[in-house]
Design a protein around this ligand. Structure first.
Ligand SMILES: NC(=O)c1ccc[n+]([C@@H]2O[C@H](COP(=O)([O-])OP(=O)(O)OC[C@H]3O[C@@H](n4cnc5c(N)ncnc54)[C@H](O)[C@@H]3O)[C@@H](O)[C@H]2O)c1
Length: 267
């Protein structure tokens, strides 16, 4: 089989796993971000952990170092342009050029539309959309120069619509359009952009939703599991596995895709 345009035959292409790159995970102090950071370290990468809550990242730093990889935790509000520029430069100077970016930082400010404040709308837009834009714009400089990069954003099944989440659903759907556009613009530089769209994943975020609904996290998880085709809720490692696929050296022909990780078809 000839890989057209590359002058390579299938047998001459290097399908071996290449690791040892520098990854940035935003919101890495929390459930999904921390699991993604650990998985990227397991796959041989050094990892920078960016979060507004630096304390939360400390345990994750230790877990990455235990895996024999380097880790760096930095305070960074992804919605703040100066924070983002400083953090990415710090990562490049300390660990090396960041060639894998995971846009994971997120917040919820749920409310029905008629009760939703402008602040609740703006905070969610800022962390998810403005944050992913600022982080991706800063990191693509390194990726396009290196002619290799991976940008993976965490969307959600809420992108398809979810009661009480007009702000969050709009932001998560926005991330999908953002991802497809980056895929078109950056593909020719060897940079892919993809998104993982999780369903119910048990973290502090779902505990917050449970509280809003007047349920314990376990009651909420049990109810959620009944709606899932595979009959269970998801865990941060389920998302990390999908992220690892997109980040893999061998996924260079997978670009602009949205992978739902929700135990069944997304509806
Ligand atoms: N848990 C789920 O069911 C679920 C489902 C779909 C998508 N997601 C998405 O997955 C991502 C991770 O969520 P999680 O469930 O692990 O939540 P989490 O609350 O456990 O973690 C979110 C992390 O983001 C950090 N963060 C918040 N604002 C930030 C900012 N401005 N700058 C930097 N860091 C910031 C928080 O401090 C926290 O550590 C989010 O984007 C979320 O929307 C979660």
């Amino acid at each position: 089989v000839v890989a057209v345009g590359l002058g390579l035959t299938e047998s001459s292409m290097d399908w071996g796993k290449v690791s040892g790159r520098v990854a940035i995970v935003t919101g890495a102090g929390g459930g999904i971000g921390a699991a993604v950071a650990r998985r990227l370290a397991d796959d041989g990468n050094d990892v920078a952990l960016l979060d507004v809550d630096i304390e939360a990242c400390q345990a994750v730093v230790g877990q990455i170092e235990e895996r024999g990889r380097r880790a760096l935790a930095l305070t960074c509000d992804v919605a703040n342009e100066d924070d983002v520029r400083d953090a990415v430069r710090n990562v490049a100077a300390t660990l090396g050029q960041p060639l894998i970016l995971i846009n994971n930082a997120g917040v919820i400010r749920d409310n029905l539309l008629f009760k939703m404040s402008l602040d609740e709308w703006t905070q969610v837009m800022d962390v998810h959309l403005r944050g992913a834009f600022l982080m991706s714009r800063e990191c693509q400089t390194f990726m396009t120069l290196a002619k290799w990069g991976r940008i993976i954003s965490i969307s959600s099944t809420s992108a398809l619509g979810n009661r009480g989440q007009a702000n969050y659903a709009a932001a998560k759907a926005g991330l999908q359009g953002f991802t497809k556009t980056l895929a078109l613009e950056l593909g020719k530089f060897g940079v892919t952009a993809n998104a993982v769209a999780p369903g119910f994943i048990q973290t502090a975020m779902t505990a917050q939703t449970a509280q809003r609904l007047g349920l314990t996290p376990d009651e909420f998880a049990e109810l959620a599991a009944q709606q899932v085709a595979v009959g269970r809720i998801g865990y941060p490692e389920d998302v990390a596995n999908a992220v690892a696929f997109f980040a893999d050296e061998r996924s260079s022909y997978v670009n602009g895709q949205i992978l739902y990780v929700s135990g069944g078809p997304a509806t």
